[in-house]
Design a protein around this ligand. Structure first.
Ligand code: MN
Length: 204
């Protein structure tokens, strides 16, 4: 079974003005599709068909094509899934409690996450993830992610933010900080909470 591009659960223009339609369309239909195509080619060449994406990522150090494109596929699939035109606001329930325990408050979490995303040099990702039943913030370069054997920060990601210029340049140019602030307006905290509950073993 080859990997396929997931359909977005909303229209390309649904996240505007926070993320504009043209950026969404190019990002999903060109960039993400490109990672999927190259991942399938790399998997075929390495004769690793049938392995799950998470299994492949655990051995990312062994294959640059799988590292870059498997990471690209995983990271973007998570990214699309935690965005929503009905997003924004604050987390609630188990996730709100977890954020308070790990970061002190939602406001402090947002500040720490925004700082991590803003200071990731060059292309990469900022993550909120679960490590040993605690929430952590970390960043990775390029298309790496915390599931890979090469990652300096190991965790189960529940929310990711793409800080490659291709994710924001059309609308925000060099103003990554404004893009990060806008991202919080479209985060689907219901979905992030589901991811949290699964990562914590509270829910299957
Ligand atoms: Mn991207």
């Amino acid at each position: 079974m080859a990997f396929t591009l997931p359909e977005l659960p909303y229209a390309y223009d649904a996240l505007a003005p926070h993320i504009d339609a043209q950026t969404m369309e190019i990002h999903h239909s060109k960039h993400h599709q490109g990672y999927v195509n190259k991942l399938n080619a790399a998997v075929e060449e390495a004769e690793l068909e049938g392995k799950s994406l998470e299994k492949l990522l655990k051995k990312a150090s062994e294959n640059a094509g799988i590292r870059n494109n498997g990471g690209g596929h995983y990271n973007h699939s998570l990214f699309w899934s935690i965005l929503s035109p009905d997003g924004g606001g604050r987390p609630y329930g188990s996730l709100a409690k977890g954020i308070k325990e790990s970061f002190g408050s939602f406001k402090l979490f947002k500040e720490e996450f925004a700082k991590a995303a803003a200071t990731r040099f060059g292309s990469g990702w900022a993550w909120l993830g679960v490590r040993r039943k605690k929430l952590v913030i970390c960043t990775t370069p390029n298309q790496d992610n915390p599931l890979m054997d090469v990652a300096e920060c190991s965790c189960k990601p529940i929310l990711g933010l793409d800080v490659w210029e291709h994710a924001y340049y059309l609308n925000y140019q060099n103003k990554r900080g404004e893009y990060i602030n806008s991202f919080f307006e479209v985060v689907d905290w219901k979905k992030v909470r589901e991811n949290y509950d699964v990562a914590m073993g509270l829910k299957k």
